[in-house]
Design a protein around this ligand. Structure first.
Ligand SMILES: Cc1cc2nc3c(=O)[nH]c(=O)nc-3n(C[C@H](O)[C@H](O)[C@H](O)COP(=O)(O)OP(=O)(O)OC[C@H]3O[C@@H](n4cnc5c(N)ncnc54)[C@H](O)[C@@H]3O)c2cc1C
Length: 292
């Protein structure tokens, strides 16, 4: 399959979706159906998370292979190094390559809830920049490598300058592009890109977009990942929490506004956290594309 880095060279804007591997067979069957409908929107790539949420790790590769083989769309396989030895990572990368997947998102990941005190030893990677270097050392240019970026700083590194420096190390170690954590204030994204450009980072930085569908879940999730709930978000969604349909429509309106401004001000595309659903992403993307 084509590398995502090659698409950036030919297209001004790219659109992509993120899914996660379901835990049950029924969930997996539903996901295949979702992938079919998302494919109709002709995304530039579809990614699948690894390890997050407790879904089987092997399933990530099944999903990505399905996306590529059944829909002819580029698949991006997330890979986290937490809990894996370097030897295991090498085997997983060999397996990814054998499956014909050549785009990966190189991540550190977080220790799981049932093993929160896990610490990397000599045989493990401590940071994702080490995984990037390892991939380049063992596979040269076979893989196109994406990495995670944090416009508001990572939750464990609120010093934005330092966190941007760490991002630069990932790029110096071989990464080709960045997908950001979700955020609600576009200035955080543009300030972040400016910080990175100031450090000499030239690769594309794709903003990650989470459509709001449930305010209480959002508050919980943002507490875990360190994304700020802005005053604007609070003002829109707090008064209507509990009203599913009104929240959904307000979420679509907010995301369309956010996406349009990002593109108008020069973002190289949009990456949607779909949460394994077709809507509201479909509705948002169609409105953004049509310019209505
Ligand atoms: C787009 C996206 C996709 C994601 N997909 C998944 C997924 O599929 N599965 C999953 O489990 N999680 C996923 N995550 C969550 C991610 O794994 C966590 O946010 C994790 O805490 C950080 O991962 P990272 O790759 O950014 O780690 P790193 O880049 O290793 O950073 C981790 C922490 O260490 C600091 N740091 C980095 N490098 C250095 C260094 N050289 N020296 C000192 N400190 C350093 C950083 O500032 C940060 O605080 C995703 C996140 C994003 C934004």
């Amino acid at each position: 399959m084509k590398k995502i880095s090659e698409i950036f060279k030919t297209k001004k804007r790219i659109f992509s979706f993120e899914l996660f591997p379901p835990k049950t067979d029924k969930g997996y069957a539903n996901l295949l159906n979702t992938i079919g409908q998302l494919s109709d929107l002709k995304p530039d790539f579809i990614s699948c998370t690894y390890g997050a949420g407790g879904g089987s790790r092997e399933k990530t590769l099944d999903v990505v292979e399905h996306i590529q083989n059944n829909h002819g769309i580029i698949g991006l396989a997330h890979l986290t190094c937490v809990l894996h030895t370097k030897k295991e990572i090498k085997n997983i990368l060999d397996n990814i390559k054998a499956r014909g997947i050549n785009n990966i998102l190189a991540l550190r990941g977080d220790p799981p809830l049932d093993n929160p005190d896990w610490q990397p030893g000599h045989d493990n990677f401590k940071y994702s920049c080490e995984l990037c270097a390892f991939v380049r050392q063992h596979f040269q240019d076979y893989f196109c490598i994406g990495v995670a970026g944090f416009p508001e700083g990572h939750i464990l590194c609120p010093d934005k300058k330092k966190d941007a420096q760490y991002l630069k190390t990932k790029i110096d170690n071989g990464a080709d592009f960045v997908i950001t954590q979700l955020f609600f204030n576009n200035n955080d994204y543009f300030d972040y890109v400016k910080r990175l450009r100031g450090l000499g980072v030239t690769v594309p930085v794709i903003p990650g977009i989470l459509p709001v569908t449930n305010y209480q879940n959002l508050v919980k999730f943002c507490g875990l990942c360190g994304t700020a709930i802005t005053e604007e978000i609070k003002k829109i969604f707090e008064p209507i929490q509990g009203d599913e349909e009104t929240t959904l429509q307000a979420g679509i309106q907010f995301a369309v506004r956010q996406c349009r401004e990002l593109l108008d001000r020069g973002a190289p595309g949009l990456h949607f956290y779909c949460l394994n659903k077709v809507n509201p992403t479909k509705e948002i993307l169609e409105q953004v594309r049509s310019g209505k």
